[in-house]
Design a binder for this molecule. Structure first.
Ligand code: FRU
Length: 489
């Protein structure tokens, strides 16, 4: 982790509007989601947190819970730094059978495995354990930490889960500087043995962090694919940090890639250090992911008020494709958002000849969820303007013929950072997907989903609007909107 710890709040920037749905800490700095677990009807979200300032440092685990992934209740600090270690990223499991012996049959412990990053000049990182005997409210650090003493630099971000196939605990952990993912097994969460390693592969020039391994089933064929997700500190398609994924099989010890190259999970610049929720009940069966909504290059310099940093909307991951064609990973916002939102306006079948404001003034919320289906007729270019306010505006250009999406952030607010002020683009997209989009706007957060789930683009914008706005331009001719709906919260 090389984020500058000395950067102070850039007071020249006005504080961004706090998002309604995207998770933020009550105050101060956050980065990665940690320890995501579903327990007793609640989603637990822990997160990398500096409890003392809006800058990175004093890394500790913050905590919040939710029944619907939309409204969060803040809890006391869970795993603070100590004299020896900062509490870096990691994960939590429920040790139902008390394999660790740290609880009892009547009171199974929750176990957090996280990276202890040594304070001071020696930047070594080891895997530590903390446990909770009150379902996640309070935490005790294991007396014999670390449980894994790393013999190489940069071992971090353990993701632990129970493997039915191998009948033991599995840890997936990064060797950040060597671009390797190690797979370890344990019977008691305390003693670990390494079973296999993978990497380097795909993009392997900047630190690999926060690995995750998630099982997806194709409902049509019943075929299971495992998705290995790896966060890469720099080098995503638009230059900064991003998450690459690779599909394959996993037997509880070894991950075997399918053969296709790793792909990027999000087309935008602001999706990093993701993690999926563990222990979602089988009858629900979803794989739900969230991420730190930022880019490591500018995260520490971003406009901030009392808080700095947030997470993306929780999203469902699913397989798209078939055994014959091969699979990719699709994404959609969790269905709980559909329940929580309120319909503001719905229009069907109308024409746009010049431009149309899709969100009318008076929304009364910094949050808008806009679903739009366009029949472009003979037009092969569409343009949206997002959050125009004074001189600030973000544009989204869609070239339907070439299959290109381009989000221009060069005027997206007062944040004068060259890595932020860029045009973010992606190609190879289908015109149908580009014509059927869902925009989620929430304070400084924008997530654009293809309604099919084929792609999502996450980006921060700092245009200073208290309510979002979105205008569709039809400069090249008339376009027909087959349906459009706007919701707020
Ligand atoms: C990813 C990361 C992790 C590390 C944590 C420290 O953003 O660098 O590798 O555990 O942040 O805050």
């Amino acid at each position: 982790m090389t984020l500058a710890t000395t950067v102070k709040n850039d007071v020249a920037f006005p504080a961004p509007i706090r998002p309604v749905v995207h998770f933020t800490a009550p105050a101060n700095w956050i980065n990665d989601p940690n320890g995501l677990i579903y327990l007793d009807g609640q989603y637990h979200l822990f997160y990398q947190h500096n409890p003392h300032s809006i800058d990175w440092g004093h890394m500790s685990w913050g905590h919040a819970t939710s029944r619907d992934l939309i409204r969060w209740e803040h809890k006391p600090l869970a795993i603070p730094e100590d004299d020896v270690f900062l509490s870096f990223s990691g994960s939590i499991v429920l040790d139902e059978k008390n394999t660790s012996g740290l609880g009892s049959a009547d009171c199974p412990p929750l176990i957090a495995l996280y990276t202890g990053a040594r304070q001071g000049d020696i930047p070594d990182q080891h895997q530590c354990l903390a446990y909770s005997l009150d379902r996640g409210v309070s935490w005790t650090k294991y007396q014999d930490n670390p449980v894994i003493t790393a013999i190489r630099r940069g071992m971090r971000d353990p993701r632990v889960f129970w493997s039915q196939d191998a009948n033991c605990w599995v840890m997936v952990v990064a060797y950040a500087d060597d671009f390797e993912i190690a797979f370890l097994q344990s019977d008691n969460l305390l003693d670990w043995r390494e079973v296999s390693r993978l990497g380097p592969m795909g993009y392997a020039f900047h630190e690999w962090e926060c690995p995750d391994l998630v099982r997806l089933t194709d409902p049509a064929s019943g075929v299971v694919r495992w998705v290995l997700l790896i966060s890469v500190a720099e080098g995503a398609p638009n230059g900064g940090s991003g998450v690459q994924y690779i599909l394959g099989t996993f037997d509880g010890g070894t991950f075997t890639p399918d053969g296709s190259s790793p792909r990027w999970i999000d087309l935008g610049p602001d999706f990093y250090a993701s993690q999926t929720w563990g222990d979602i009940p089988d009858e629900d069966g979803r794989a739900i992911i969230t991420a730190w909504m930022s880019d490591r290059r500018y995260a520490a310099h971003m406009p901030a008020g009392r808080w700095r940093g947030c997470h993306t909307l929780p999203r469902e991951l699913f397989l798209i494709g078939s055994v014959a064609e091969g699979f990719s990973v699709g994404q959609r916002p969790v269905k709980e958002l559909t329940v929580a939102r309120t319909l503001v306006e719905r229009q069907d079948d109308f024409h746009v000849t010049s431009n149309i404001a899709l969100i009318k003034p008076g929304l009364g919320s910094p949050f808008a969820d806009v679903t739009i289906s366009v029949d472009a007729g003979k037009t092969d270019r569409l343009m949206y303007e997002i959050n125009r306010s004074g001189d600030f505006v973000t544009t989204l250009k869609l070239d339907l013929e070439a299959g290109i999406i381009a989000l221009d952030r060069r005027r997206s607010g007062p944040f004068n950072n060259s890595d932020f002020r860029q045009v973010i683009s992606a190609d190879g997209l289908s015109p149908v997907d580009l014509c059927n989009l869902r925009f989620i706007l929430d304070g400084p957060n924008l997530e654009i989903f293809a309604q099919s789930g084929h792609f999502v683009l996450s980006a921060l914008l700092f245009s200073e609007t208290s309510e979002p706005n979105l205008t569709l331009y039809a400069d090249d001719g008339t376009v027909r909107i087959s349906s459009d709906s706007v919701h707020n919260i």
